[in-house]
Design a protein around this ligand. Structure first.
Ligand code: PHB
Length: 406
């Protein structure tokens, strides 16, 4: 098991020295026009998430739950009504910069919420790190860089780093007696970083990765790779796929007969939100993730019931991340009475926000603004992600410190 990695985060540590000067300069140059017009003018929240393509389910889950959380609190942020400007991020980084620029320059949003995809996050960062405004909340994309070298005072993540659950899933394989592994994933930042993390913890525990198979994103033609895996005969396969692609991959893995002799593991995205569609093929698959369907806490029960009532379906980890994004917005804006111009105070309130009522369990922001959270080991049973234990308690990404904003 991974030990708790907490470094006694000193809040606002990366606001010291040159970074603080840069942050203050950004704050000083920030013109709080809307607040000056009137405290009752709407707060503008830009949403840049996938509503088409392989990750559409993820984008919808995040959006629905974020709106639910804000509605539950009366539909206002810091006393102000909320207006959403929504853009389909689509599924590749190509238009990421243009779309983020539109939210900032044309829609003049106060907050940007997005994206799902780690490559799109890097494209957006070209706009959002350059101008250091508006405040950016990442409700999924796990790209390690954004809360490591590239972290910044106005950037917050409510989800995970690609390292976190992959690290625990790698340990899990070793613990379950797996000796040889083939990795098979989409080749872009998320897949690359997750395979790297899983491979490192698995090999540290004595296992061996014998082959790395890379599939172009978002291709779903898996047959040739599955034949290669069958010929290699590893003990297990370690994979990152998500959304529509994960449905097809898990089904074809089983249909190719591999489930009988080769175990399938991965970060929990492999089955999250899609295990019912995967059906029998997903049953018994073990993964690691920061949420499960049977946590049974009063907070999670209330959230699951409210989500089901509002949208007619069960939530998933992406909904939880959206819900907590709503909580982060509510707490930040409450602290400044809706004045987004009070930027230093707003950032301060967001980085010290508490998440005692999160459906995933208690978590807090690390000093580089990434969740320090429990990672559960889950097993798919009758289409549900059942927690069978905690793989790592209050796991913090081993961030290497902020190097960009200095
Ligand atoms: C990512 O690109 O960072 C990503 C996408 C989908 C997931 C997890 C991570 O389920």
């Amino acid at each position: 098991m991974t030990k708790t990695v907490t470094k006694g985060a000193s809040r606002r540590q990366f606001m010291t020295g040159a970074a603080a000067t840069a942050g203050m300069a950004a704050a000083a140059s920030f013109v709080p026009t809307r607040f000056a017009i009137g405290a009752k003018a709407p707060v503008k929240v830009g949403i840049m998430l996938p509503f088409s393509g392989t990750y559409a389910m993820l984008g919808n889950s995040i959006t629905d739950a974020m709106k639910l959380r804000i509605e539950q609190a009366g539909g206002r942020l810091g006393g102000r009504p909320v207006e959403y400007a929504t853009i389909d991020s689509e599924w590749t980084p190509a238009k990421g910069q243009i779309k983020a620029n539109k939210l900032v320059k044309k829609d003049r949003v106060d907050f940007v919420v997005g994206p799902v995809h780690s490559g799109i996050a890097m494209a957006m960062s070209k706009v959002l790190l350059r101008d250091r405004m508006p405040i950016w909340i990442i409700p999924n994309a796990g790209n390690n860089l954004l809360t490591r070298d590239h972290c910044a005072p106005h950037v917050f993540r409510t989800s995970f780093t690609n390292w976190q659950s992959a690290h625990v899933a790698g340990e899990l394989m070793a613990k379950e007696g797996v000796k040889t592994v083939v990795t098979c994933t989409w080749k872009y930042a998320a897949g690359i970083q997750m395979m790297e993390a899983g491979k490192a913890s698995f090999e540290k525990a004595g296992g061996k990765v014998i082959k790395e198979i890379w599939v172009p994103f978002p291709d779903v033609e898996f047959q040739a790779y599955l034949s290669e895996i069958a010929a290699l005969k590893p003990d297990a396969v370690f994979s990152f796929y998500s959304g529509g692609g994960a449905i097809k991959y898990v089904k074809e893995f089983a249909a190719a007969g591999l489930r009988d002799t080769i175990k399938l593991y991965g970060p929990g995205f492999l089955t999250e939100g899609v295990s019912r569609a995967q059906g029998e093929a997903a049953e018994g698959i073990k993964t690691a993730l920061h949420y499960a369907d049977n946590l049974g806490t009063p907070e999670d029960n209330a959230f699951r019931a409210a989500y089901k009532k509002a949208y007619g379906k069960d939530p998933n980890v992406f909904s939880v991340q959206g819900y907590d994004t709503g909580s982060l917005l509510l707490q930040g804006m409450a602290a400044v009475g809706g004045d987004v111009g009070a930027r230093a105070d707003l950032i301060d309130a967001m980085e010290t926000a508490t998440f005692y009522d999160s459906p995933r369990g208690v978590w807090r922001m690390s000093k580089s603004h990434n969740p320090i959270q429990d990672i559960y080991i889950r097993r798919v049973e009758k289409g549900r992600q059942i927690s069978v234990g905690i793989g790592a308690k209050q796991l913090e990404d081993p961030g290497t410190g902020c190097k960009m904003i200095a």
